[in-house]
Design a protein around this ligand. Structure first.
Ligand code: SF4
Length: 580
């Protein structure tokens, strides 16, 4: 039986108490991104800093989670240590289904625990447990220790935890979800750390009935057929790393701190190379038949004799770009070894890789030296990067502590802002051109997933500012609707508006289905309203000089086009945040 309202568990770590409340608004915010923004409007403190103990940490799922495949993401929302503004970070794993089976639409955590703790949630149960012995442990050790605390098998529970980076309150700290997925960007891990919250365990110990409408099996079969069709199976086969070769060949891959966009050496770390050399197996988020998660391995000798341990490490295009292409590390095993350390210390690997690329160029230019970096950094040197990644997550000295708060913070202190590859946050793995740079720099999550700006660059020949901005606004609206349903964005070609309407009606959410356009617009506006209320000034976003020096397949970046796009997109954002 579906609920028209939301069932929310509020947990206050300061009092050690929790209670379940219901909240109206399903028809206007749906769930996921929309619900998170609604909850922030109720619980958030826009004028207080991100680490105020009363700021909420929010996890929200969508109305179709559990009913249809790939409705498998959880939206985590918080005030970000990166810029002290409202932010969202998304992850899959088992998090969404665990919440659904725990009979919750969202979890809202406020307060700060007196001692390092974890919370364990089930449908009828909440335990806040002090775990001082887990504090200080890395993500892998924490996972092993925490697994013993959950009764259920792996399909129905999620373990979300932080490593040293989160405990240190670093803006690059991720929340690890079920080992291979992450709430990576914008510092959710730091928010947990400041709350003295090492882990969140959710046990999906309840059940729910499937809709008894005649349409449901038919619509389910249709979505299932589509998500397991040829177009989606590319994510299962090579997966997102297939982009590496394509972007490299079209001069759109950021390499060596974006000093170049193509390099023959990158063929050594193509998706095909990873599949041939290091791939062990695929894995999937709960409820997903695609299984796009690619898991390779690293091997380490631990005695003088030939004795080895090996660890499994997941990879995607973005991590390969960040610690492979950006650092000119061109051996798949070496790339995985650096990712592995980033995982262990609980860093967002994309931000961390791009930050180390800046540090390497800063070293080459003599702005910093081994006095700051402790180990020598040079492009292509895996051993240096493995150690540097560990220092970055642990904040070994003043330099790493500053860098872990964002590349621009370090660059403001030491110099070298002009070649910091930061577009709102450390850049993603696409150097497609002006529209994409604008989209990431100003976009809501500063993510390549805010809109398809990268594909606009690749497909459109002209330089039509109004057309590009109109595309960014409309595409973002569609994606905000999908992330409110908590659809995996890989399935955006499957979950068209028509398909979403059929799914919503089959489950019993006809009133959302009847107003899909208006609902999407409302969610987009609400999110921007929260962002602007927490201090975002889109007109002030500046792009480091490096982005003006890039040459892509379309030729050198056009500064006038870029300036026109940023000015107009800022106006559009301002309008979205004030119309509602
Ligand atoms: S396609 Fe990949 S990321 Fe998306 S839900 Fe499936 S396994 Fe998770």
């Amino acid at each position: 039986m579906i609920r028209d309202n939301f069932r929310i568990l509020q947990v206050n770590l300061a009092t050690g108490r929790g209670n379940v409340v219901t909240l109206e608004g399903r028809d206007s915010v749906v769930g996921g991104s929309g619900l998170a923004a609604l909850l922030f409007s109720k619980y958030g403190l826009p004028d207080k800093p991100w680490d105020d103990p009363d700021q909420p940490l929010i996890f929200a799922i969508g109305p179709l989670t559990g009913y249809f495949p790939l409705m498998s993401k959880t939206v985590c929302a918080f005030k970000s240590p990166y810029h002290d503004q409202y932010a969202e970070s998304h992850a899959g794993g088992r998090s969404a289904l665990a919440l659904r089976f725990a009979d919750l639409d969202a979890l809202v955590i406020t307060g700060k625990a007196a001692k390092p703790s974890c919370i364990a949630v089930a449908s009828q149960n909440l335990v806040i447990k002090e775990l001082p012995f887990v504090w200080g442990k890395d993500v892998f050790e924490s996972g092993r220790m925490l697994r013993g605390l959950v009764k259920r098998g792996s399909g129905h529970r999620t373990i979300m935890r932080i490593g040293p980076a989160g405990e240190n309150g670093f803006a690059m700290a991720a929340i690890n979800a079920d080992t291979y997925r992450h709430f990576g960007r914008l510092g959710g891990g730091a928010v947990m750390g400041r709350k003295n919250l090492k882990a969140i365990l959710i046990e999906g110990d309840a059940s729910f009935s499937l809709p008894d409408s005649k349409e449901y099996p038919k619509v389910f079969q249709e979505t299932y057929t589509k998500v397991t069709g040829k177009d989606m199976m590319k994510y299962h086969d090579i997966g997102t790393p297939i982009n590496m070769a394509v972007l490299n060949e079209t001069k759109m891959l950021p390499i060596r701190n974006l000093q170049r966009t193509t390099d023959p050496a990158m063929s050594n770390i193509s998706g095909e190379k990873f599949a041939d050399d290091v791939l062990l197996r695929n894995a999937a988020c709960a409820g997903c038949p695609v299984g796009c998660i690619h898991i390779g391995f690293v091997r380490e000798r631990y005695t003088k004799e030939h004795r080895y341990i090996y660890r499994q490490v997941s990879y995607d295009h973005e991590p390969i770009f960040a610690v492979g292409a950006m650092l000119s590390v061109t051996n798949p095993f070496h790339v995985l070894a650096i990712i592995d350390i980033s995982e262990k210390v609980g860093l967002d690997v994309m931000s961390a890789g791009v930050a180390l690329a800046w540090a390497t160029e800063a070293t080459e230019k003599g702005i910093i030296s081994e006095k700051e970096t402790i180990v020598p950094l040079s492009f292509g040197d895996t051993e240096g990067y493995k150690q540097a990644m560990d220092h970055l997550g642990r904040g070994t000295n003043e330099f790493y502590t500053l860098l872990a708060q964002g590349t621009l913070r370090a660059a403001e202190h030491y110099g070298g802002k002009e070649y910091a590859c930061v577009l709102g946050q450390e850049m993603a793995g696409y150097a497609t051109g002006e529209v994409y740079f604008t989209s990431q720099a100003l976009g809501f999550r500063h993510s390549h997933l805010d809109s398809g700006g990268y594909s606009f660059d690749q497909k459109e020949k002209g330089k039509d500012v109004p057309k590009a901005v109109d595309f960014l606004v409309k595409d973002e609206q569609g994606r905000a609707l999908l992330t409110s349903m908590v659809a995996c964005l890989f399935a955006r070609g499957v979950y068209t508006d028509e398909m979403l309407i059929a799914c919503l009606k089959a489950v019993g959410y006809g009133s959302i289905a009847d107003n899909l356009g208006a609902v999407g617009r409302n969610i987009q506006q609400l999110r921007w309203k929260m962002r602007l209320a927490t201090g975002y000034v889109p007109e002030n976003v500046a792009m480091p000089k490096r982005f003006y020096e890039v040459t892509t397949a379309k030729g050198p970046v056009d500064p006038a086009y870029l300036a026109g796009l940023t000015a107009e997109y800022a106006k559009a954002i301002r309008k979205l945040g004030s119309d509602s």
